[in-house]
Design a protein around this ligand. Sequence first.
Ligand code: G3H
Ligand code: 13P
Ligand code: ZN
Length: 308
Amino acid sequence: MPLVSGKLLFEAANYYGFAVGAFNFNNMEFLKAILEAAQEEEAPVFLQTSENALRYAGIDYLAGMVKEVEKKYSIPFALHLDHGKSLDAVKLALRYGYTSVMIDLSDRPFEENLRVTREVVSLCAPLGVAVEAELGRVEAGKKEGCLLVEPLQAKEFVEQTGVDALAPAIGTAHGIFKFRGEHAVDYQRLKEVKRLTGVALVLHGASGVYEELVEEVNAYGGELTKTKGLPDEELKKAVELGINKVNTDVDLRLAWSAGLRKALNEKRKTVDPREFLREATERVKEMVKRRIRLYGSSGKASLVREGF
Ligand code: G3H
Ligand code: 13P
Ligand code: ZN
């Protein structure tokens, strides 16, 4: 059962209390790294593409690759649209066989977010496709910009839309520059949202932005500013309190950049791209495994296969 509905992954993770890794990909190398890592960990996984990924590579290439390699793997995985911003984006994903979508109107008024999300659910539910939405606003780069979710609004939203999963803004931020000064995940708010909704919850902006990787990138010519991500311990606690899908993009980009810069630097007598890409891809694979273990989803593929 390789390509499955995101509903199965959300339901199993919510029922058994773990989080499924959701990893962004833009090309063949990342896709392969994610699938091989998940297969070796026996972990269910979300393969996700942003609208920017679709603009970069084309949805035909990205969805085409997934469908073509589907049978090589035995783990259950979903193909997910990350941060879909319109009904049209969702319809396009459905045409290409996506099994899970996010409709993200968190930057719009609550009523509009609710109305359009409800439409998306009525489009996706008959097809067995999962729907994720966002409340509050997970911004890029600075905690001050994060508009935290209101738990009572979350309850109303989930009841009125019937979404399979909700991404509540609880203090994390997208991108490599996440937090100015001290950051804090609002665990109390997370607990309250879980208690009131009972629905599968998604954590965006969850990358660890590991210091050693930033240093490695810089050691090979990068010029990244020192920055902080979400510490592993905080992430684990969030999973314990009800997070069921964790989105990671930056950590894969960092691992890739470190591997690629190192290979380019060390292998100076070749122009064969495979010599460089092999090393970068291996680093992405290692990172995916590390993150999957952190979320508690290693070995959980069988739980999805068996009953959800
Ligand atoms: O949350 C955003 C993801 O990291 C995707 O980023 O729009 O640069 O592909 P992107
Ligand atoms: P990071 O930017 O922390 O990797 O989060 C990615 C994300 O939330 C994708 O939707
Ligand atoms: Zn996100």
